[in-house]
Design a protein around this ligand. Structure first.
Ligand SMILES: [Zn+2]
Ligand SMILES: [Zn+2]
Length: 421
Protein backbone atom coordinates (compact mmCIF):
# COMPACT_ATOMS: atom_id res chain seq x y z
CA UNK A 1 0.00 0.00 0.00
CA UNK A 2 2.82 2.34 0.97
CA UNK A 3 4.67 1.36 -2.18
CA UNK A 4 1.62 2.23 -4.29
CA UNK A 5 1.29 5.56 -2.58
CA UNK A 6 5.00 6.22 -3.16
CA UNK A 7 4.63 5.31 -6.83
CA UNK A 8 1.65 7.59 -7.29
CA UNK A 9 3.51 10.45 -5.62
CA UNK A 10 6.52 9.79 -7.82
CA UNK A 11 4.33 9.86 -10.91
CA UNK A 12 2.75 13.11 -9.77
CA UNK A 13 6.23 14.61 -9.31
CA UNK A 14 7.23 13.58 -12.78
CA UNK A 15 4.08 15.13 -14.20
CA UNK A 16 4.86 18.34 -12.36
CA UNK A 17 8.45 18.34 -13.67
CA UNK A 18 7.11 17.79 -17.17
CA UNK A 19 4.74 20.70 -16.77
CA UNK A 20 7.56 22.95 -15.56
CA UNK A 21 9.99 21.91 -18.28
CA UNK A 22 7.42 22.35 -20.97
CA UNK A 23 6.00 25.56 -19.65
CA UNK A 24 6.30 27.36 -22.96
CA UNK A 25 5.52 24.26 -25.07
CA UNK A 26 1.96 23.12 -24.58
CA UNK A 27 0.46 26.42 -25.54
CA UNK A 28 2.53 26.43 -28.73
CA UNK A 29 1.57 22.85 -29.51
CA UNK A 30 -2.06 23.54 -28.83
CA UNK A 31 -2.00 26.66 -30.94
CA UNK A 32 -0.14 25.35 -33.97
CA UNK A 33 -0.92 21.65 -33.75
CA UNK A 34 2.80 20.81 -34.12
CA UNK A 35 5.67 20.78 -31.60
CA UNK A 36 7.92 23.85 -31.70
CA UNK A 37 11.76 23.70 -31.75
CA UNK A 38 12.16 24.72 -28.09
CA UNK A 39 9.60 22.14 -27.02
CA UNK A 40 11.47 19.38 -28.84
CA UNK A 41 14.76 20.54 -27.30
CA UNK A 42 13.27 20.47 -23.80
CA UNK A 43 11.86 17.02 -24.37
CA UNK A 44 15.26 15.78 -25.54
CA UNK A 45 16.98 17.27 -22.49
CA UNK A 46 14.40 15.69 -20.24
CA UNK A 47 14.97 12.24 -21.78
CA UNK A 48 18.75 12.72 -21.40
CA UNK A 49 18.37 13.58 -17.72
CA UNK A 50 16.17 10.57 -17.11
CA UNK A 51 18.70 8.36 -18.90
CA UNK A 52 21.59 9.73 -16.77
CA UNK A 53 19.62 9.49 -13.50
CA UNK A 54 20.82 5.92 -12.80
CA UNK A 55 24.42 7.13 -13.30
CA UNK A 56 24.02 9.65 -10.49
CA UNK A 57 22.36 7.12 -8.21
CA UNK A 58 25.07 4.52 -8.84
CA UNK A 59 27.96 6.94 -8.73
CA UNK A 60 29.89 4.63 -6.45
CA UNK A 61 30.30 1.97 -9.17
CA UNK A 62 33.36 2.03 -11.40
CA UNK A 63 33.08 4.06 -14.65
CA UNK A 64 34.21 1.09 -16.77
CA UNK A 65 31.55 -1.15 -15.25
CA UNK A 66 28.93 1.53 -15.73
CA UNK A 67 29.92 1.95 -19.39
CA UNK A 68 29.67 -1.79 -19.86
CA UNK A 69 26.16 -1.80 -18.41
CA UNK A 70 25.20 1.09 -20.63
CA UNK A 71 26.55 -0.77 -23.68
CA UNK A 72 24.58 -3.90 -22.76
CA UNK A 73 21.46 -1.83 -22.11
CA UNK A 74 21.79 -0.02 -25.47
CA UNK A 75 22.32 -3.31 -27.31
CA UNK A 76 19.29 -4.80 -25.60
CA UNK A 77 17.15 -1.80 -26.61
CA UNK A 78 18.39 -2.02 -30.22
CA UNK A 79 17.75 -5.75 -30.42
CA UNK A 80 14.32 -5.42 -28.88
CA UNK A 81 13.46 -2.87 -31.56
CA UNK A 82 14.68 -5.18 -34.37
CA UNK A 83 13.53 -8.49 -32.87
CA UNK A 84 11.56 -10.75 -35.17
CA UNK A 85 11.03 -14.45 -34.57
CA UNK A 86 10.94 -15.08 -38.36
CA UNK A 87 14.21 -13.29 -39.09
CA UNK A 88 17.07 -15.34 -40.50
CA UNK A 89 20.00 -14.84 -42.86
CA UNK A 90 17.76 -15.10 -45.94
CA UNK A 91 15.56 -12.26 -44.70
CA UNK A 92 18.62 -10.09 -44.02
CA UNK A 93 20.06 -10.78 -47.50
CA UNK A 94 16.66 -10.10 -49.07
CA UNK A 95 16.45 -6.81 -47.18
CA UNK A 96 19.91 -5.78 -48.36
CA UNK A 97 19.06 -6.57 -51.98
CA UNK A 98 15.64 -4.91 -51.76
CA UNK A 99 16.74 -1.80 -53.78
CA UNK A 100 18.14 -4.07 -56.53
CA UNK A 101 14.89 -6.06 -56.62
CA UNK A 102 12.91 -2.82 -56.79
CA UNK A 103 14.87 -1.60 -59.84
CA UNK A 104 14.67 -5.00 -61.60
CA UNK A 105 10.93 -5.33 -60.90
CA UNK A 106 10.15 -1.87 -62.23
CA UNK A 107 12.34 -2.36 -65.30
CA UNK A 108 10.68 -5.72 -66.03
CA UNK A 109 7.24 -4.17 -65.59
CA UNK A 110 8.12 -1.35 -67.97
CA UNK A 111 9.90 -3.56 -70.51
CA UNK A 112 6.90 -5.92 -70.50
CA UNK A 113 5.05 -3.48 -72.77
CA UNK A 114 8.11 -3.25 -75.05
CA UNK A 115 8.37 -7.05 -75.25
CA UNK A 116 4.69 -7.42 -76.15
CA UNK A 117 5.11 -4.83 -78.92
CA UNK A 118 8.22 -6.72 -80.09
CA UNK A 119 6.28 -9.99 -80.32
CA UNK A 120 3.53 -8.29 -82.33
CA UNK A 121 5.97 -6.54 -84.68
CA UNK A 122 8.15 -9.61 -85.32
CA UNK A 123 5.13 -11.88 -85.86
CA UNK A 124 3.58 -9.35 -88.23
CA UNK A 125 6.81 -9.05 -90.23
CA UNK A 126 6.97 -12.85 -90.60
CA UNK A 127 3.33 -12.92 -91.73
CA UNK A 128 3.95 -10.23 -94.35
CA UNK A 129 6.89 -12.19 -95.79
CA UNK A 130 4.95 -15.47 -95.73
CA UNK A 131 1.97 -13.94 -97.58
CA UNK A 132 4.08 -12.00 -100.08
CA UNK A 133 6.96 -14.43 -100.77
CA UNK A 134 6.46 -17.93 -99.37
CA UNK A 135 2.82 -18.76 -100.11
CA UNK A 136 2.83 -17.46 -103.74
CA UNK A 137 5.89 -19.61 -104.44
CA UNK A 138 4.29 -22.64 -102.76
CA UNK A 139 1.04 -22.23 -104.70
CA UNK A 140 2.82 -21.77 -108.05
CA UNK A 141 5.33 -24.59 -107.47
CA UNK A 142 3.59 -27.35 -105.54
CA UNK A 143 0.73 -29.58 -106.64
CA UNK A 144 -2.80 -28.60 -105.68
CA UNK A 145 -3.15 -31.02 -102.70
CA UNK A 146 0.15 -29.85 -101.23
CA UNK A 147 -0.74 -26.21 -101.76
CA UNK A 148 -4.12 -26.79 -100.08
CA UNK A 149 -2.40 -28.51 -97.15
CA UNK A 150 -0.04 -25.53 -96.77
CA UNK A 151 -2.95 -23.09 -96.82
CA UNK A 152 -5.05 -25.04 -94.28
CA UNK A 153 -2.25 -25.86 -91.86
CA UNK A 154 -0.69 -22.41 -92.01
CA UNK A 155 -3.94 -20.61 -91.28
CA UNK A 156 -4.98 -23.04 -88.52
CA UNK A 157 -1.57 -22.51 -86.87
CA UNK A 158 -1.88 -18.75 -87.22
CA UNK A 159 -5.34 -18.69 -85.61
CA UNK A 160 -4.13 -20.82 -82.69
CA UNK A 161 -1.09 -18.57 -82.09
CA UNK A 162 -3.08 -15.33 -82.19
CA UNK A 163 -5.93 -16.68 -80.03
CA UNK A 164 -3.71 -18.13 -77.28
CA UNK A 165 -1.39 -15.12 -77.18
CA UNK A 166 -4.33 -12.75 -76.82
CA UNK A 167 -5.91 -14.89 -74.09
CA UNK A 168 -2.59 -15.38 -72.25
CA UNK A 169 -1.92 -11.65 -72.09
CA UNK A 170 -5.46 -10.54 -71.19
CA UNK A 171 -6.57 -13.33 -68.82
CA UNK A 172 -5.86 -12.74 -65.14
CA UNK A 173 -3.81 -15.59 -63.62
CA UNK A 174 -6.04 -15.56 -60.52
CA UNK A 175 -5.52 -14.07 -57.06
CA UNK A 176 -6.48 -15.30 -53.57
CA UNK A 177 -9.39 -13.54 -51.84
CA UNK A 178 -8.45 -10.36 -49.99
CA UNK A 179 -11.17 -10.76 -47.37
CA UNK A 180 -11.47 -13.30 -44.59
CA UNK A 181 -12.90 -16.62 -45.78
CA UNK A 182 -12.76 -20.33 -45.01
CA UNK A 183 -10.24 -21.14 -47.75
CA UNK A 184 -7.53 -23.44 -46.40
CA UNK A 185 -4.16 -21.72 -46.52
CA UNK A 186 -0.60 -22.85 -45.97
CA UNK A 187 1.01 -19.54 -44.98
CA UNK A 188 0.60 -15.77 -44.87
CA UNK A 189 2.02 -13.51 -47.58
CA UNK A 190 4.40 -11.04 -45.94
CA UNK A 191 3.77 -8.46 -48.67
CA UNK A 192 -0.02 -8.70 -49.12
CA UNK A 193 -0.75 -9.77 -45.49
CA UNK A 194 -3.35 -12.28 -46.74
CA UNK A 195 -3.53 -16.08 -46.37
CA UNK A 196 -1.83 -17.98 -49.18
CA UNK A 197 -3.57 -21.14 -50.42
CA UNK A 198 -1.48 -24.07 -51.62
CA UNK A 199 0.56 -23.41 -54.80
CA UNK A 200 0.09 -19.64 -54.39
CA UNK A 201 3.13 -17.37 -54.55
CA UNK A 202 3.72 -13.63 -54.46
CA UNK A 203 4.82 -11.92 -57.69
CA UNK A 204 6.94 -8.87 -56.88
CA UNK A 205 6.50 -7.49 -60.42
CA UNK A 206 2.69 -7.65 -60.30
CA UNK A 207 2.87 -6.90 -56.54
CA UNK A 208 0.17 -9.45 -55.74
CA UNK A 209 -0.26 -13.10 -54.86
CA UNK A 210 -0.96 -15.40 -57.82
CA UNK A 211 -2.81 -18.73 -57.68
CA UNK A 212 -0.71 -21.69 -58.86
CA UNK A 213 1.96 -19.26 -59.96
CA UNK A 214 4.38 -20.59 -62.57
CA UNK A 215 6.41 -17.47 -63.38
CA UNK A 216 6.09 -13.86 -64.53
CA UNK A 217 6.46 -13.79 -68.30
CA UNK A 218 7.77 -10.49 -69.74
CA UNK A 219 6.78 -11.60 -73.26
CA UNK A 220 3.15 -11.64 -72.06
CA UNK A 221 3.57 -8.76 -69.59
CA UNK A 222 1.52 -10.98 -67.29
CA UNK A 223 1.92 -13.64 -64.66
CA UNK A 224 1.39 -17.25 -65.67
CA UNK A 225 -0.94 -18.78 -63.10
CA UNK A 226 -3.96 -20.99 -62.60
CA UNK A 227 -6.33 -19.33 -65.10
CA UNK A 228 -3.93 -18.67 -67.99
CA UNK A 229 -1.41 -21.52 -67.71
CA UNK A 230 -3.07 -23.41 -70.58
CA UNK A 231 -3.08 -20.32 -72.81
CA UNK A 232 0.62 -19.73 -72.12
CA UNK A 233 1.66 -23.30 -72.89
CA UNK A 234 -0.52 -23.49 -76.03
CA UNK A 235 0.94 -20.22 -77.27
CA UNK A 236 4.48 -21.55 -76.81
CA UNK A 237 3.55 -24.84 -78.47
CA UNK A 238 1.77 -23.37 -81.51
CA UNK A 239 4.31 -20.59 -81.95
CA UNK A 240 7.07 -23.21 -82.03
CA UNK A 241 5.08 -25.29 -84.52
CA UNK A 242 4.52 -22.21 -86.68
CA UNK A 243 8.23 -21.36 -86.64
CA UNK A 244 9.12 -24.95 -87.56
CA UNK A 245 6.63 -24.77 -90.43
CA UNK A 246 8.07 -21.49 -91.76
CA UNK A 247 11.68 -22.64 -91.31
CA UNK A 248 11.16 -25.98 -93.09
CA UNK A 249 9.00 -24.51 -95.86
CA UNK A 250 11.44 -21.73 -96.67
CA UNK A 251 14.63 -23.83 -96.39
CA UNK A 252 15.12 -24.38 -100.16
CA UNK A 253 14.24 -20.76 -100.89
CA UNK A 254 16.73 -19.67 -98.21
CA UNK A 255 19.55 -21.68 -99.86
CA UNK A 256 18.72 -20.20 -103.28
CA UNK A 257 18.47 -16.68 -101.88
CA UNK A 258 21.75 -17.01 -99.99
CA UNK A 259 23.68 -18.27 -103.04
CA UNK A 260 22.06 -15.57 -105.21
CA UNK A 261 23.16 -12.83 -102.83
CA UNK A 262 26.65 -14.31 -102.65
CA UNK A 263 27.02 -14.49 -106.45
CA UNK A 264 25.54 -11.04 -106.87
CA UNK A 265 27.98 -9.46 -104.44
CA UNK A 266 30.99 -11.23 -106.06
CA UNK A 267 29.87 -10.08 -109.54
CA UNK A 268 29.52 -6.53 -108.33
CA UNK A 269 33.08 -6.61 -106.98
CA UNK A 270 34.43 -7.92 -110.29
CA UNK A 271 32.67 -5.37 -112.53
CA UNK A 272 33.63 -2.29 -110.53
CA UNK A 273 36.31 -0.18 -112.41
CA UNK A 274 37.48 -2.81 -114.93
CA UNK A 275 39.14 -0.99 -117.91
CA UNK A 276 38.82 -2.53 -121.41
CA UNK A 277 40.50 -1.12 -124.57
CA UNK A 278 39.77 -1.49 -128.25
CA UNK A 279 42.99 -3.43 -128.61
CA UNK A 280 41.41 -6.34 -126.87
CA UNK A 281 43.83 -9.17 -126.19
CA UNK A 282 46.85 -7.14 -127.40
CA UNK A 283 46.67 -5.32 -124.10
CA UNK A 284 47.70 -8.44 -122.31
CA UNK A 285 50.36 -9.44 -124.84
CA UNK A 286 52.19 -6.18 -125.61
CA UNK A 287 53.83 -3.99 -122.98
CA UNK A 288 51.84 -1.00 -121.76
CA UNK A 289 52.29 2.19 -123.82
CA UNK A 290 52.75 0.44 -127.20
CA UNK A 291 49.06 -0.06 -127.73
CA UNK A 292 46.87 3.00 -127.76
CA UNK A 293 43.14 3.23 -128.12
CA UNK A 294 39.97 4.73 -126.69
CA UNK A 295 39.08 3.35 -123.28
CA UNK A 296 35.58 2.71 -121.89
CA UNK A 297 34.01 0.98 -118.89
CA UNK A 298 32.15 -2.21 -119.61
CA UNK A 299 29.16 -2.41 -117.21
CA UNK A 300 27.04 -5.50 -117.79
CA UNK A 301 23.42 -5.30 -116.72
CA UNK A 302 22.89 -6.25 -113.02
CA UNK A 303 21.75 -9.86 -112.58
CA UNK A 304 19.12 -8.94 -109.93
CA UNK A 305 16.99 -5.85 -109.67
CA UNK A 306 15.87 -4.18 -106.43
CA UNK A 307 12.75 -6.36 -106.12
CA UNK A 308 14.79 -9.55 -106.41
CA UNK A 309 17.25 -8.35 -103.79
CA UNK A 310 14.44 -7.51 -101.35
CA UNK A 311 12.90 -10.91 -101.99
CA UNK A 312 16.16 -12.69 -101.19
CA UNK A 313 16.80 -10.64 -98.06
CA UNK A 314 13.23 -11.21 -96.82
CA UNK A 315 13.58 -14.97 -97.23
CA UNK A 316 16.89 -14.95 -95.35
CA UNK A 317 15.35 -12.84 -92.55
CA UNK A 318 12.37 -15.22 -92.37
CA UNK A 319 14.50 -18.37 -92.16
CA UNK A 320 17.01 -17.00 -89.65
CA UNK A 321 14.33 -15.57 -87.34
CA UNK A 322 12.02 -18.60 -87.38
CA UNK A 323 14.93 -21.03 -86.96
CA UNK A 324 16.28 -19.08 -83.98
CA UNK A 325 12.85 -18.88 -82.34
CA UNK A 326 12.34 -22.59 -82.99
CA UNK A 327 15.47 -23.44 -80.99
CA UNK A 328 14.86 -20.98 -78.14
CA UNK A 329 11.09 -21.32 -77.76
CA UNK A 330 11.21 -25.04 -78.54
CA UNK A 331 13.54 -25.58 -75.58
CA UNK A 332 11.26 -23.56 -73.31
CA UNK A 333 8.19 -25.45 -74.49
CA UNK A 334 9.90 -28.78 -73.92
CA UNK A 335 10.89 -27.74 -70.40
CA UNK A 336 7.30 -26.75 -69.56
CA UNK A 337 6.02 -29.98 -71.09
CA UNK A 338 8.28 -31.91 -68.70
CA UNK A 339 7.03 -29.85 -65.75
CA UNK A 340 3.38 -30.41 -66.70
CA UNK A 341 4.00 -34.14 -67.04
CA UNK A 342 5.43 -34.14 -63.51
CA UNK A 343 2.54 -32.04 -62.14
CA UNK A 344 4.81 -29.15 -61.15
CA UNK A 345 5.11 -25.45 -61.84
CA UNK A 346 8.47 -23.74 -62.40
CA UNK A 347 8.54 -22.54 -58.77
CA UNK A 348 7.46 -25.91 -57.40
CA UNK A 349 10.26 -27.56 -59.35
CA UNK A 350 12.84 -25.77 -57.17
CA UNK A 351 10.85 -26.33 -53.97
CA UNK A 352 10.27 -30.03 -54.69
CA UNK A 353 13.92 -30.52 -55.59
CA UNK A 354 14.98 -29.16 -52.19
CA UNK A 355 12.32 -31.20 -50.39
CA UNK A 356 13.39 -34.36 -52.22
CA UNK A 357 16.98 -33.85 -51.11
CA UNK A 358 15.98 -32.97 -47.54
CA UNK A 359 13.79 -36.05 -47.14
CA UNK A 360 16.37 -38.23 -48.85
CA UNK A 361 18.92 -37.24 -46.20
CA UNK A 362 16.50 -38.43 -43.52
CA UNK A 363 15.76 -41.67 -45.37
CA UNK A 364 12.33 -40.66 -46.66
CA UNK A 365 10.89 -40.31 -50.15
CA UNK A 366 9.20 -37.13 -51.36
CA UNK A 367 5.85 -37.44 -53.12
CA UNK A 368 4.41 -34.55 -55.07
CA UNK A 369 0.78 -34.12 -53.89
CA UNK A 370 -0.19 -32.42 -57.17
CA UNK A 371 1.02 -35.21 -59.45
CA UNK A 372 -2.10 -37.08 -60.67
CA UNK A 373 -0.37 -39.27 -63.25
CA UNK A 374 1.32 -38.25 -66.49
CA UNK A 375 -1.75 -38.39 -68.74
CA UNK A 376 -4.08 -36.97 -66.11
CA UNK A 377 -1.79 -33.99 -65.56
CA UNK A 378 -2.23 -33.11 -69.24
CA UNK A 379 -5.99 -33.62 -69.01
CA UNK A 380 -6.13 -31.33 -66.00
CA UNK A 381 -4.14 -28.65 -67.85
CA UNK A 382 -6.21 -28.83 -71.06
CA UNK A 383 -9.51 -29.34 -69.23
CA UNK A 384 -10.23 -32.57 -71.09
CA UNK A 385 -13.22 -34.36 -69.55
CA UNK A 386 -14.25 -36.55 -72.50
CA UNK A 387 -12.71 -37.74 -75.75
CA UNK A 388 -14.27 -35.05 -77.94
CA UNK A 389 -12.55 -32.38 -75.84
CA UNK A 390 -9.20 -33.33 -77.39
CA UNK A 391 -10.60 -31.84 -80.60
CA UNK A 392 -12.78 -29.04 -79.30
CA UNK A 393 -10.61 -27.88 -76.39
CA UNK A 394 -7.07 -28.70 -77.55
CA UNK A 395 -6.94 -28.60 -81.35
CA UNK A 396 -9.42 -25.74 -81.70
CA UNK A 397 -9.53 -22.36 -79.94
CA UNK A 398 -11.47 -22.69 -76.70
CA UNK A 399 -12.01 -20.25 -73.85
CA UNK A 400 -13.10 -22.78 -71.22
CA UNK A 401 -11.82 -22.34 -67.67
CA UNK A 402 -9.40 -24.66 -65.89
CA UNK A 403 -10.29 -27.29 -63.33
CA UNK A 404 -11.17 -25.93 -59.91
CA UNK A 405 -10.84 -22.47 -58.44
CA UNK A 406 -7.10 -22.61 -57.76
CA UNK A 407 -7.69 -22.34 -54.01
CA UNK A 408 -8.06 -26.01 -53.13
CA UNK A 409 -6.37 -28.99 -54.76
CA UNK A 410 -8.34 -31.96 -53.61
CA UNK A 411 -8.78 -33.78 -56.90
CA UNK A 412 -9.75 -37.22 -55.67
CA UNK A 413 -13.35 -37.29 -57.09
CA UNK A 414 -12.41 -35.85 -60.47
CA UNK A 415 -9.28 -37.91 -60.60
CA UNK A 416 -11.34 -41.08 -60.81
CA UNK A 417 -13.34 -39.58 -63.67
CA UNK A 418 -10.16 -38.61 -65.47
CA UNK A 419 -8.67 -42.08 -65.17
CA UNK A 420 -11.85 -43.61 -66.62
CA UNK A 421 -11.49 -41.79 -69.95
ZN1 LIG B 1 1.37 -11.50 -51.82
ZN1 LIG C 1 3.63 -11.18 -62.11
Amino acid sequence: MLRCHYASCKRQQEINVDSKLTAGGPSTVAQEGMPSGSWIFLRAMRLLLRWLRPCVKQGRSKPSKRLGELWLYSRLVLRSLCFNDLTNSDVVIDSLFEPVYWVVDHLTRWFGVVFVCLVVVLTSSVLIIVYSCLLPTVISTYSTPWALWHLCYGHWNLVMVVFHYYKATTTSPGHPPQVKCDTPSVSICKKCIVPKPARTHHCSICDSCVLKMDHHCPWLNNCVGHFNHRYFFCFCLFMTMGCVYCSVSSRDMFIDAYSAIESNSSMEEETQGEVVTQAGLLFSILPPGLVTGQSYYQTPPPPYNFKDKMFHKSIIYLWVLTSSVTIALGGLTLWHAILITRGETSIERHINKKETQRLKNSGKVFRNPHHFGMINNWKVLFGVEKRSHWLTRVLLPSGHGPYGDGLTWDWSPRRRDLVAI
